[in-house]
Design a protein around this ligand. Structure first.
Ligand code: TRP
Ligand code: SF4
Length: 400
């Protein structure tokens, strides 16, 4: 069976933290064993908002790739690359821009939301409006079937599907497709033609998958039908002509439950994060000084784990036995907060041990990282060139 292709991108924001690990990277590491995966640094997307701080992007990219590798993303399983090294993304973006109604872009909810949030920056730019279209190009150029993203990105995947549909509708048809298809139907013979039309209607008007399947069987069984007629009849069943671009599905990533050291969402800008390659002593210190239940002033005061950010960490890192030890010990003042934090310190350090190990290798020899990316770019580029050949031909700008 055809293996579904997975693709996802991340903007280069620099060093990643535990929130990225539990929210995104752990999922990538799992997916790379299940599907052919493509993961890339969306550096052009970073430029849509950071166009006035160009000095930060390259370093952030390399730091982020090392974090991916440290987290266990495996370049022998997944293809890792940088968006801007694959100019075909830009070509597809440009070609699709010709058929993208402005209103579709203006209606994408992130457009207004982000503009309102980032008031310190002028985001009334052409590039920022086109953000979702660039993302659509990233996805469609690999004919990716599944795109792991968080909930905030779902409208972008929906938008991508609409663009693919519009593209296939405009360019997937040969001239006079409808007429030719009707001619091909006649060649089935009157009985089969009637059956075909009936199944086609049931599928198109009522979305009956079974009708589509039966129609496929009918076509496959029909003898002495030319290949051209057959292909056309397959295409006609689903409404269009050829399917040049594939509509992807979002693979919804569960929101990370990883809280920051203060119980708010973990984020670099809140200063409440533990990064993926953090020095052991710094991790110990951060956790030891973490806020606890404010009601628990003295060691003898009982506390309530529900009101304590440390408990949120136990939910992620501890097994049932430790969790009930915390519940009991906290509520009865049987354990101290430092004692309660020790299993967390141990678990975070243990989780990071292999990461630190892998990162060390790449930090000592940055050329390794460059080679991994060069390999990934080469593989990715081959895939994009195949798609672009079909796209240029369909639009009529292939000159071959
Ligand atoms: N917009 C995505 C984000 O902010 C990043 C991204 C760019 C992406 N292109 C993509 C994600 C293609 C998935 C597929 O997280
Ligand atoms: Fe929080 Fe643990 Fe202290 Fe209770 S004992 S307040 S859960 S750190």
């Amino acid at each position: 069976m055809y293996a579904e292709r997975v693709l996802s991108g991340m903007r280069p924001t620099g060093r990643l933290h535990l929130g990225h690990y539990h929210g995104v990277l752990a999922n990538w590491v799992k997916l790379q064993h299940e599907y052919p995966c493509l993961f890339f640094v969306a550096d052009w997307h970073a430029l849509t908002t950071a166009y006035d701080e160009p000095g930060t992007i390259a370093q952030n990219t390399w730091d982020m790739v090392v974090d991916w590798l440290a987290a266990g993303v495996d370049p022998s399983q997944a293809t890792l690359f940088i968006q801007s090294r694959i100019p075909e993304h830009a070509e597809l973006h440009l070609l699709m821009s010709m058929m993208t109604p402005l209103g579709w872009l203006e209606r994408v909810p992130t457009y207004k939301d982000q503009q309102e949030k980032m008031t310190h920056k002028d985001l009334t730019t052409y590039g920022f409006l086109g953000y979702p279209l660039l993302q659509a190009a990233d996805i469609l150029i690999y004919r990716a079937d599944r795109v792991p993203v968080g909930e905030d990105q779902v409208p972008h995947i929906e938008f991508t599907r609409e663009i693919a549909r519009r593209f296939n509708h405009l360019y997937g048809r040969e001239p006079g497709f409808e007429d030719k298809a009707r001619e091909s139907v006649k060649k089935l013979g009157s009985k089969r033609a009637k059956r075909y039309e009936e199944l086609r209607t049931r599928y198109q008007e009522r979305g009956e998958q079974a009708a589509l399947d039966q129609a496929h069987v009918l076509l496959n069984e029909t003898q002495n039908l030319s290949l051209g007629d057959k292909e056309r009849l397959f295409g006609y069943l689903e409404g269009g002509g050829k399917m040049i671009l594939v509509e992807p599905d979002a693979l919804l990533t569960e929101a990370s439950r990883m809280p920051g050291l203060d119980g708010q969402k973990m984020s670099k800008s809140y200063g409440n994060a533990i990064t993926l390659r953090e020095d052991e002593e710094s991790i110990r210190k951060k956790i030891r000084t973490m806020q606890t239940d404010p009601q628990r002033v003295r060691r003898t005061d009982p506390g309530d784990p529900e009101k304590c950010p440390v408990w949120q960490f136990h939910l992620i890192y501890s097994g049932d036995d430790v969790k009930s030890w915390v519940q009991q010990g906290c509520k009865s003042a049987g354990i101290g907060c430092l004692e309660c934090k020790q299993p967390i310190i141990d678990a975070v350090l243990k989780e990071q041990e292999p990461m630190r190990e892998r990162a060390r290798m790449y930090e000592e020899d940055p050329q390794l990282v460059r080679n991994i990316i060069a390999d990934g770019c080469e593989k990715a580029r081959k895939l994009t060139q195949e798609t672009m050949r079909d796209v240029r031909e369909a639009i009529g700008v292939d000159y071959s």
